[in-house]
Design a protein around this ligand. Structure first.
Ligand code: HEC
Length: 200
């Protein structure tokens, strides 16, 4: 069939346009200024170490509300303190979430899927826009340890305070080594000088 030249020209320019979109896509792999990268990565490493060391102190048969308050609550509080002190947005997001406010946004879902399909990938920086502000978004894998299983393992074995307090809980049935979710940090370009991060 004869294709009019105008159609071909249109197709060619469309292809160029689409390639351009691809280049400016928010999933582009890149890295922020050194100081931002160092501060965010250190802050998230220490947040993750805090959770893992708290979870490691758990005595499995006696997991009650008090125990939880020594594990996940301080992690969430510290994440918010970091966010306020540095002008960042700090989140813990999961596909199988316990707290519905930790549901993945569409961009985080793409990042999560990358971690799910690439077991060797531990973290990732992308350029993006949040609430009209341009900046850098950091995502880091959260891995399930055996110490997490008392609360994120078999459904029936979850502590009573979890079963009662989180009726829409999806964050169970994990095994050691599974991808539990991601830490996400957004650093707007307009954020204060980050040459020294405020971790607390
Ligand atoms: C004592 C029980 C307990 C243990 C142990 C525990 N968690 Fe949690 N976890 C919870 C509860 C309860 C929440 C919901 C907190 C909230 O309401 O914000 C939660 C939330 C989370 C979240 C936020 C996303 C979501 O699902 O809401 C992540 C990520 C997470 N836990 C990972 C871990 C990891 C990794 C470990 C082991 C290193 C672990 N947890 C150990 C009880 C626990």
């Amino acid at each position: 069939m004869h294709t009019p030249p105008i159609t071909l020209a249109l197709l060619a320019s469309l292809t160029v346009l689409m390639a351009g979109c691809g280049r400016s896509s928010t999933t582009e792999s890149s890295a922020p200024p050194d100081s931002v990268q160092r501060n965010v990565e250190q802050a998230i490493t220490s947040l993750n170490e805090m959770r893992e060391s708290l979870a490691a102190t758990i005595d499995t048969p006696a997991v009650d509300k008090g125990t939880f308050e020594r594990v996940c609550k301080p992690v969430g509080i510290r994440a918010q303190q970091m966010a306020i002190a540095n002008g960042w947005t700090v989140q813990q997001l999961a596909k199988k979430y316990r707290n519905p406010s930790h549901e993945l946004d569409p961009e985080a879902r793409r990042l999560y899927d990358e971690f799910a399909s690439s077991p060797e990938r531990t973290d990732r920086w992308i350029r993006t826009v949040q609430n009209g502000r341009e900046g850098w978004r950091y995502a880091r894998r959260i891995t399930v340890r055996s110490s997490c299983l008392s609360c994120h393992g078999p459904k029936e074995q979850r502590p009573t305070f979890v079963q009662k307090g989180y009726p829409k809980d999806r964050a169970y049935g994990f095994e050691t080594g599974d991808l539990r979710g991601i830490y996400s940090v957004f650093v707007p370009d307009s954020s204060p000088d980050t040459s020294t991060a405020h971790v607390f």
